[in-house]
Design a protein around this ligand. Structure first.
Ligand code: PGA
Length: 254
């Protein structure tokens, strides 16, 4: 059975002290919350994964994710971080394929497919992001865009691998813009995603994968989006940068 997830992508924000403070605030603010059936994941920048994992300490309700990783085991890749390095600081989740990585760092589906494989080989869970640009939606190419992103990035996996995949549908036009997909648009796409996974694998695989929505989710719109049948939570940017809003989103999914 799939789980509900609220994941905060801190992007390139917060220094080490601010990151530790935010993790601490979240830990305190969820203290009296019944969060049994919801995974709470935070993704600080790479330099802060280790200190934040120490800060979170024994609070097993909070998991950490890296925002990116390289597909190779190790070697001459200046500025990059390997799966092993991420695991060595106790982190077992990684965000791959975020639209900012695709747009500004030239990440394509073929590289992402390799990254996914490497992450799974290193016993990590992958939050795999994809979504269409505004022009693609206007030309009614949003379904075919998402189909090719999932097909090229993930359909080399076997059924078993899918137990370690979390999907994040993030229409690019809704990220950091204040513009959100309507709950109906999110539901329509999430339902479509389950259909294509079911077609490639089977119904069980499609039903068991958690599909998050991302793009300007905030306390004022979260409940409506999260209440859609095929929306299992959110990947949150801006509203993940303060505990009050982030924890409000965790509450919105209960
Ligand atoms: P946003 O970012 O919530 O600030 O739109 C979402 C994301 O990039 O994952």
């Amino acid at each position: 059975m799939r789980t509900k997830i609220v994941a905060g992508n801190w992007k390139m924000n917060l220094d080490v002290d601010a990151s530790k403070q935010l993790a601490k605030d979240i830990s305190v603010d969820i203290q009296n919350l019944e969060t049994n059936n919801t995974r709470i994941i935070i993704a600080p920048t790479a330099t802060n994964l280790y200190p934040v994992s120490h800060q979170v300490g024994m609070d097993t309700r909070i998991e950490l994710a890296a925002q990116n990783m390289h597909q190779a085991k190790n070697g001459a890749f200046t500025g990059e971080i390997s799966a092993e390095m991420i695991r060595s600081v106790g982190v077992t989740n990684v965000i791959l394929g975020h639209s900012e990585r695709r747009a500004y760092f030239g990440e394509h589906n073929d590289t992402l497919a390799e990254k996914v494989t490497t992450a799974l080989q290193n016993k990590m869970e992958v939050i795999f992001c994809f979504g269409e640009h505004l022009k693609q939606r206007q030309k009614k190419l949003h379904f075919s865009t998402v189909l090719s992103q999932i097909n090229e990035g993930l359909f080399h996996l076997n059924k078993e691998d899918w137990k370690h995949i979390i999907l994040a549908y993030e229409p690019v036009w809704a990220i950091g813009t204040g513009e959100t997909a309507t709950p109906e648009q999110a539901q329509e796409m999430h339902e479509y995603i389950r259909t294509i996974i079911s077609g490639k694998y089977d119904k069980e695989t499609a039903q068991n994968v958690s599909i998050l929505y991302g793009g300007s989710v905030k306390p004022s719109n979260a409940k409506e989006i999260f209440s859609q049948a095929d929306v299992d939570g959110g990947l949150i940017g801006g509203a993940a940068l303060n505990s009050t809003d982030f924890v409000a989103l965790v509450k919105a999914i209960q």
